[in-house]
Design a protein around this ligand. Structure first.
Ligand code: CND
Ligand code: ZN
Length: 366
């Protein structure tokens, strides 16, 4: 069975013939059909997200249930599923109080690259292979916890269904769940990638009157307009903070989203937020990165700065909802997929991600 394995940080993935154990109690084996390439996968390669190697990356994916372990009740063989990289333990403080995105157990296990019981199901020549957060979608088959296999409607092609698993729930949820953007508000989005495009379409869905897309690539900025952006700023040509101030009569925006993962763009997002507005950080920075915000401004400007993880969502509820929104034409999935690759082309897909070529590149399994 073929899988793309990261053996060493900073190096290319290698297509290997790996072994996969049968699903154990409470686990599900999925035959992967499609997997999106997210910048969080690249973050493991460049050590922004420190995880053990060798590891199978990929966390945004959809496929068909191929086998179920003992006690599995929510899915059966043949079901179409989209994978969830933050499975709720249902027991920790956050799961019990309605914030499964903050599940303590999922956070701990994700960093270990194992299944919930701390062991791995993948191996290569007898040596264990880890999987990126309880999913590992860059593999022909994967084994995941039952709560990571979310049943979905069957009329959506897998390459589109895969996207709800990360960029769509993360982007749309940051707008609707975290920021709770109000109709008629003003929004700026720094970083028009797979996740950023979904912040833009989420803001449009929420009825924002002004949506300012910021990126460094003109062709991508042009495409943001079909997702609802009303204005665009190329941050290589113009100072994004000054441009946003100009576009909002010197006020700043009600909501500024950072969707790249760099302290300097997070600072820009804070600076372009109006007094009492919200800055929402979606991008993942390096573990030791620090933000520099003018401390004096805090009481006088009373802005809120917050993070958003998995769009503060609950995949079991939100994936079906997002796919229904797509079916009724309110949410676009098809135009997010700008290129399809085979698993053998995985390193080309990562090169294209780094150069910002795609809205989303997707691996399709034969
Ligand atoms: P992707 O690489 O697709 O997009 C990043 C975009 O930022 C590209 O279009 C770049 O051109 C643009 N960009 C780069 N530098 C600048 C700059 N200085 N100014 C303006 N634009 C710039 O990335 P993605 O959308 O897959 O992921 C974006 C971030 O979101 C990344 O850090 C990823 O790890 C994170 C993320 C967070 C979550 C969450 O739950 N919070 C989930 N998934 C991904
Ligand atoms: Zn992701």
């Amino acid at each position: 069975m073929k899988a793309a394995v990261l053996h060493q940080y900073g190096q290319e993935l290698k297509i290997e013939n790996v072994d996969l154990e049968e699903p154990r109690k409470g686990e599900v084996r999925v035959k992967m059909k499609a997997a999106g390439v997210c910048h969080s996968d690249q973050h493991v390669i460049d050590l922004t997200l420190p995880l053990p190697v060798p590891i199978i990356l990929g966390h945004e994916g959809a496929g068909v249930v191929d086998a179920v372990g003992e006690g599995v009740t929510s899915v059966k063989v043949g079901d179409h599923v989209a994978l969830n990289w933050v499975p709720s333990c249902t027991k920790c403080y956050y799961c019990r109080t309605g914030r499964p995105d903050m599940c303590d157990e999922a956070a701990k296990i994700s960093a270990m690259g194992t299944m919930l019981d701390g062991t791995t199901r993948f191996s290569l020549n007898g040596r264990k292979v880890y999987q990126f957060p309880l999913t590992g979608t860059f593999s022909e088959y994967t084994v995941v916890p039952e709560s990571s296999a979310i049943p979905i409607r069957e009329d959506v092609p897998f390459e589109y269904a895969a996207l709800v698993g990360c960029c769509v729930i993360t982007g749309v949820g940051a707008v609707t769940n975290t920021a709770k953007v109000e109709p008629g508000s003003t929004v700026a989005v720094i970083g028009s990638g797979g996740v950023g495009f979904n912040v833009i379409q989420g803001a449009s869905l929420a009825g924002a009157k002004q949506i300012i897309a910021i990126d460094i690539l003109d062709d991508k900025l042009e495409k943001t307009k079909t997702f609802g952006a009303t204005h665009t700023v190329n941050a290589k040509e113009k100072d994004p903070v000054r441009e946003v101030q100009k576009l909002t009569d010197g006020l700043g925006v009600d909501y500024a989203f950072e969707v790249i993962g760099r302290p300097e763009t997070m600072e820009q997002a804070y600076m372009m937020t109006r007094k009492t507005g919200q800055t929402i950080v979606v991008g993942v920075a390096k573990p030791n990165d620090k933000l520099s915000i003018n401390a004096f401004s805090l009481p006088f400007q009373s802005k809120t700065i917050t993070g958003s993880w998995l769009g503060q969502g609950n995949p079991a509820v939100d994936y079906p909802k997002l796919l229904d929104l797509n079916a009724t034409g309110k949410l676009q999935l098809e135009p997010l997929v700008s290129k399809v690759y085979s698993l053998d082309q995985i390193n080309v897909a990562f090169e294209d991600l780094k150069s910002g070529k795609n809205i989303r590149g997707v691996i399709r399994f034969e």
